[in-house]
Design a protein around this ligand. Structure first.
Ligand SMILES: Nc1ncnc2c1ncn2[C@@H]1O[C@H](COP(=O)(O)OP(=O)(O)OP(=O)(O)O)[C@@H](O)[C@H]1O
Length: 713
């Protein structure tokens, strides 16, 4: 049977009655319990028996609500609500769409905090001689602290001058030949001469008859260039050292211009748009710097490869690979509690910040890993309405139901973003106004490091635009399809990040309803970024119920199939389904035939392949995949405290201080190689459309615009 993934879905048989003003079936808050006790099993093949690895043939089938209705008829399930809802749904934008409106009440402004710019990292100030004079400041009070606020968003500029006394958290092999080769290819003659001399001095220092197996750890980086010129006639430069600078999920990668790994010159400036006003949530609005080194494999001792595996990123799909990946030297996290200033402000002036590595032992962390000198400025931007003219269009990267998604660059800040366009006429004719506004509202309100951040939204008479952080590590779907399944640790890492994302949504009384690998992007470093909020429903407090059929067949919870109302607890069912799929390669009740799959979801017992026997994963899955929602784990705190997550430090996770177990192959923010070439080969353009919308139609999109200081009005 041929199956298509959402993104390639065909047909646009939207027949929606849903609009912003009607009152559909979704939203029966407070109605009686629908906790269904699912009967015992009499189904066909058990889940585990049908488990096989993802193959290149496997891709997610998207359902329309009509097909749900058909299937439910076949199953003999009461579908009176479904049929009314289903007729009113959009079949192609999402697996299934609901027929409810009024989801946008409960609007609240983003919280804001009254204080101004502060950082808390261990810092040292550079003295007049140019050498770092260590000095601890807990608040980064070199930053000015005016409390005057302006209402417009701003721009954060980070200048990176030079790094100093960088040390590696591992031992390094003393391989003279490769060290000399690297030294002689240093990017400038001066550095090259310096390194060769240092290596010769080291040789004469060491007893050659018993030449040391390892370089002296404190000095190892003195013998490595930070950037080399590859001697292939083209003077291609390859940087051994690189720094990722991240703010609000936008990651920029910079390389030094010269120097040794120990002392490098960078002289780089990067900028970020600041749109989120509040920073009270752990893990958000950090400026994060991660310093990595691409070490030739031959310089890494075997013992370090095995014992300190968690310090290396791994960008190889196969665990058999010899490529151990890049080594994380250290991290700097700067919590920027930004409020908007009416005047430009210098938050940090030529300060040295020390690197820490959260993935080495407490003991190891006491040793300094070096520092880097920064200046950070915040400049308020004049408040103006954005338009498509403010962006250069770079590549088409995807297609949504209402328009294209493009990689773009914002002309003033040179920031790269994903721009999602939605054609108003299509939204109205498919009666999707409510859902579209819900997506925008959730994105503007949410503040979680594992949810793709909305930076701006604006509109033209014909179109709506969402400007999102550009996440270019590829969809989890493609990675899972390519690799078949994930290891326990890798699955745990993704599920833990997603758990906090769902927790944040539930805290905002939002149910997500469409968790699946297709809606999960990996960022540059391999962290999760949940996207596609078009199936979200707002105003779902703890026990509130709704009964709209939506989701993806493989991930539908039994109570949703039974059509007697469900709570936000369905998200925990989908989390269990996702964990099962990651570990085994297929969802738990998978069947090629959708009606059979529904029957299995409702009736079959959960079965596990032998490798999951008696594991914490098995126990967690059993508790998440309870058919009776009243027996299911039902809140994030309880799930977090399950033994499956016993080694997870949730604050460390929220601060993105775990090194992801897999690093996607991404060169830079410009890299679109993880997107389908069918899209990227297309000419990027904002198509001209000739739609006329009446004033009342336009009014429905009234509060769309967002530049960080408002919510939907
Ligand atoms: N922030 C982003 N960064 C990178 N790529 C993105 C981003 N947002 C969306 N995309 C790409 O664009 C595609 C379509 O986007 P999205 O899923 O949000 O649209 P949609 O209209 O909700 O789609 P669908 O009709 O499949 O539900 C995604 O599959 C993804 O590959």
């Amino acid at each position: 049977m041929l199956k298509f993934k959402n993104k390639f879905k065909f047909g646009t048989s939207h027949q929606s009655n849903d609009n912003a003003n009607n009152n559909g079936s979704d939203g029966n808050h407070g109605q009686g319990s629908s906790n269904q006790s699912i009967g015992s099993t009499n189904g066909s093949s058990p889940g585990a028996a049908s488990v096989s690895r993802h193959s290149s043939m496997y891709s997610r089938k998207t359902i329309s609500l009509n097909s749900v209705a058909d299937n439910m008829h076949k199953l003999g399930i009461n579908d009176h609500d479904a049929s009314s809802t289903e007729k009113s749904t959009a079949a192609s934008r999402h697996p299934a769409h609901e027929g409810k409106s009024g989801e946008d009440d409960g609007r609240r402004p983003l919280s804001s905090s009254g204080t101004v710019a502060a950082s808390s990292a261990s810092t040292s100030t550079k003295d007049s001689s140019g050498s770092p004079a260590p000095q601890a400041t807990s608040t980064g009070q070199s930053s000015a602290s005016s409390s005057s606020l302006s209402s417009g968003p701003g721009m954060l500029t980070v200048k990176i001058y030079n790094s100093s006394d960088i040390r590696l958290p591992i031992k390094m092999n003393n391989n003279r030949q490769i060290l000399h080769t690297l030294a002689s290819n240093a990017s400038t003659d001066e550095t090259s001469r310096k390194l060769v001399k240092a290596l010769n001095d080291l040789s004469s220092k060491q007893d050659s008859s018993a030449s040391a197996e390892f370089l002296p750890q404190e000095e190892a980086t003195d013998y490595l260039p930070s950037i080399i010129t590859i001697p292939n006639g083209e003077n291609l430069k390859k940087s051994l050292l690189y720094l990722t600078v991240e703010f609000d999920n936008n990651v920029l990668v910079i390389e030094p211009s010269n120097g040794t790994v120990s002392q490098s010159t960078w002289n780089q400036v990067v900028s970020f748009d600041v749109t989120k006003k509040s920073t009270s949530v752990v893990g958000s609005n950090f400026l994060s710097l991660n310093l990595f080194i691409r070490l030739p494999n031959i310089l890494i001792p075997e013992s370090e490869k095995t014992q300190k595996k968690n310090l290396f990123t791994n960008n190889q799909a196969s665990s058999q690979s010899n490529n151990i990946g890049d080594l994380l030297i250290g991290t700097i996290k700067l919590p920027l509690n930004l409020n908007y200033h009416s005047d430009p402000i210098r938050l940090m002036n030529h300060e040295y910040l020390n690197f820490t590595n959260y993935n080495i032992t407490e003991e190891g962390r006491k040793n300094t890993l070096g520092s880097i000198m920064l200046t950070i400025d915040f400049k308020p931007m004049s408040k103006k309405q954005l338009s498509i003219e403010d962006f250069d269009l770079l590549k088409v990267i995807g297609k949504g139901s209402f328009g294209k998604v493009m990689q773009v660059v914002k002309k003033d800040t040179k920031q790269i973003y994903a721009l999602k366009t939605l054609r108003k006429q299509h939204i109205i004719s498919r009666m999707e106004v409510t859902h579209t506004l819900a997506e925008r509202t959730v994105l503007a309100r949410i503040n979680n490091p594992f949810i793709v951040p909305l930076k701006f939204s604006f509109q033209s008479p014909e179109k709506l635009y969402l400007v999102l952080s550009f996440i270019n590590g590829g969809e989890l779907f493609w990675h899972l399809q390519r690799e078949g399944s994930f290891s326990m640790n890798r699955s745990r890492f993704y599920i833990a990040e997603l758990l906090t994302a769902l927790e944040s949504l539930h805290e905002l009384n939002v149910v997500y309803r469409d968790l699946k690998p297709e809606n999960i992007l990996l960022d540059y470093q391999g962290h999760i970024a949940l996207c596609d909020f078009g199936l979200c429903k707002l105003n779902m407090a703890d026990n509130d119920k709704t009964n709209t059929f939506c989701g993806t067949p493989e991930y539908l919870a039994p109570e949703l199939l039974l059509n007697q109302g469900y709570t936000r607890n369905v998200d925990w069912w989908t989390l269990g389904t996702l964990l099962y799929e990651m570990l085994t390669g297929l969802p738990p009740f998978y069947d090629d035939d959708v009606p059979t799959m529904y029957r299995k979801i409702l009736q079959n017992p959960l079965k596990f392949p032998p490798f999951l026997d008696k594991t914490d994963a098995q126990d967690l899955l059993t508790k998440l995949l309870q058919k009776d929602p009243s027996h299911r784990l039902s809140d994030a705190a309880t799930i977090k405290s399950h033994p499956f997550f016993k080694d997870i430090d949730w604050n460390k996770l929220l601060s993105k201080n775990y090194l992801p177990p897999f690093k996607p192959n991404v060169d830079s923010l410009l890299d679109t190689s993880n997107f389908d070439s069918d899209f990227t080969n297309e000419k990027p353009q904002d198509s001209v459309v000739d739609d006329f919308l009446s004033e009342s139609m336009q009014k429905q999109f009234g509060g769309w615009t967002y530049n960080g200081d408002n919510v939907l009005s």
